[in-house]
Write a protein that binds this ligand. Sequence first.
Ligand SMILES: C[S@@+](CC[C@H](N)C(=O)[O-])C[C@H]1O[C@@H](n2cnc3c(N)ncnc32)[C@H](O)[C@@H]1O
Length: 238
Amino acid sequence: MAKKPSGKNTSGRGLRDLTVKVKTARGRRLSSTRWLQRQLNDPYVTRAKAEGYRGRAAFKIMEIDDKYRFLVPGARVVDLGCAPGGWLQVAVPRVNALGEKSGKKVGTILGIDLQEVEPLAGCDLHQLDFMDEGADEKVKEWLGGKADVVMSDMAASSSGHKQTDHLRIMSLCEAAAYFAFDVLEEGGTFVAKVLAGGAEGELQKLLKQKFTKVANYKPPSSRSDSSEKFVVASGFRG
Ligand SMILES: C[S@@+](CC[C@H](N)C(=O)[O-])C[C@H]1O[C@@H](n2cnc3c(N)ncnc32)[C@H](O)[C@@H]1O
């Protein structure tokens, strides 16, 4: 039977420090060989497998939430771009979506993605482009009201051109922010992946107008060679 993830940060238990070398094979591009080698030697990939998570991304939301504490029992959460579901797996026990923590409020989790997501107990999952006309209304209907948390780990498909990719992810992130303005409850939290660099200032300015606090954080599990970081905006002004 598959292991049930605890949602807790067990900080590096069982990490492997052996380095696996991957030979360049005929037909495999150098970039694929490098990716494979990085995967095989990534302690978070090993940990995700050992602890039953659907991906290493689970550790990012764990570390972000350990610092900012928004996935609390009873929270109503919308996860934009939730596939394959690592963030959802962390959120389920933290918001008490299955009602397993007696005496604590029971949370609600709604996950949406362009792709189909394997079902997960405690989550209501929908295949949807959040930029579709009326997506915000659908989400509020499914949720039965507004959300306390909108979180996004969305990534636009890569063009291979650094500046283009940067602009693409920033506009995705800005669209996610406007989506959050429509579905968040006053006092709510918006968490999103951004890329450090040129276009991010505009988004920060916008968030500072709409939230009482805006922080930027690069969790330890985010690869140091990646320019990604996360913006955590709390205290939505409504
Ligand atoms: C990096 S993955 C998310 C990983 C996820 N946080 C996890 O822990 O498993 C990014 C996801 O964003 C989704 N995505 C990108 N654009 C989207 C859009 N416009 N609407 C919904 N989902 C989108 C992609 O399909 C992809 O599955």
